[in-house]
Design a protein around this ligand. Structure first.
Ligand code: UT7
Length: 325
């Protein structure tokens, strides 16, 4: 009998400090940076975001999301035999945020590692965990997306600093006789490194190069919709399903216009799209599990429904996962 993996619990965490556009416009205004609530809402759909306190790390938020997911699955930390954290803003250069999170959670001993695929990170991590469960290498995995993008934002660059927020989301993925994850599709094209990157690095005890996020927003935008459409069609074809079989699209929450464009290409009405970008901003690898947990806990998505998760981001990376909840 084929072995599948299935999401049995979801969780999330948002840091308490919430900034509306008006709050951010005020803070940026004090630095002489001009922006407005109207511009941010019209171009992105974002109305608010959360920022972590200075002493809060990726693993701190990730472990809260993980605890919530474990509780939803009815499991203890020691039941977990694999931990994958998707992040581009880990606590340290090394060890991985996954190892630090594992110790905080009390799940010591199981394999734990980070996946770095920026805003596609959760899709990558979920696919790796699914493969390890299918192969028999793991039975109960914790897959976390956690980001503190506020640490890598240039608050003198209005074209990027209004877009991102902090937070974490997690799922418990368990081996099952029935699906679960139906199909996945991952891609990367390294020739687009420069359009979305944090170019700095640590060398000889110093940070060399600029350690803040740089993005050519229009270039990213132009690539995103087409790549997301291709990934969606690839996972549908692999699973033998049609666009009309999708109950919910849960896309990476970067920009409402990208989500509307993707939905249009897939002939899905916007009331089949889970939208949290208005309240969370772009939380990179955390955005999909945050949106999923929100949709599960509000009863928007229901057990047995077919969900299309998809992400796109720095690398360039992109991918999709089709699953039955
Ligand atoms: O998570 C990874 C994936 N990332 C994304 O998906 C982001 C993709 N890109 C985008 O979402 C959009 O390209 C942005 C939201 C980043 C920008 O929207 P846009 O419609 O492409 O705006 P634009 O870059 O064409 O800028 C239009 C105008 C410019 O002024 P001029 O040159 O027309 O006078 C900008 O200087 O808007 C100006 N502008 C701003 N104005 C007020 C840029 N940022 C701001 C701002 N406030 N914060």
């Amino acid at each position: 009998m084929r072995r599948y993996s299935r999401i049995t619990g979801t969780g999330s965490y948002l840091p308490p400090r919430r900034l509306t556009n008006a709050d951010l416009v005020d803070e940026l205004g004090q630095r002489g940076i001009e922006t407005s609530d109207e511009w941010i809402v019209e171009r992105t759909g974002i109305r608010a975001r959360h920022f972590a306190a200075p002493d809060v790390t990726c693993s701190d938020m990730g472990v809260e999301a993980a605890r919530n997911a474990l509780q939803a699955a009815g499991l203890d930390p020691t039941d977990i035999d694999l931990i994958i954290v998707a992040t581009s803003t880990p606590d340290m250069v090394f060890p991985s945020a996954a190892c630090i999170l594992q110790n905080k959670l009390g799940a010591n001993g199981c394999p734990a590692f980070d996946v770095q695929a920026v805003c596609s990170g959760f899709i990558y991590a979920l696919t790796v965990a699914d493969s390890m469960i299918q192969s028999g290498a793991a039975r109960r995995a914790l897959v976390v997306g956690s980001e503190v993008f506020s640490r890598i934002l240039d608050f003198n660059d209005r074209t990027t600093c209004v877009l991102f927020g902090d937070g974490a989301g997690a799922v418990v993925l368990e081996a099952s006789d029935t699906p679960g994850i139906l199909s996945s599709d991952l891609h990367a094209d390294g020739k687009h490194v420069d359009i979305l990157c944090v170019p700095g690095n640590v060398s000889g005890g110093q940070v060399l190069g600029d350690p803040l996020l740089k993005m050519d927003g229009q270039a990213v935008f132009k690539l995103a919709v087409g790549l997301l459409e291709k990934a969606a069609h690839a996972v549908l074809a692999k699973a033998g399903l049609q666009e009309s079989d999708i109950d919910w699209l849960i896309p990476h929450q970067a920009n409402i216009r990208i989500m509307q464009g993707t939905a249009r290409k897939l002939k899905l009405p916007m009331d089949k799209v889970v939208v949290t970008v208005d309240q969370h901003g772009n939380t990179s690898a955390a955005s999909i599990p945050l949106a999923l947990d929100h949709a599960v806990r509000t009863g928007q998505v229901q057990p047995g429904q077919t969900l299309l998760l998809e992400g796109v981001g720095g690398g360039f990376t992109w991918g999709a996962v089709l699953l039955k909840l």
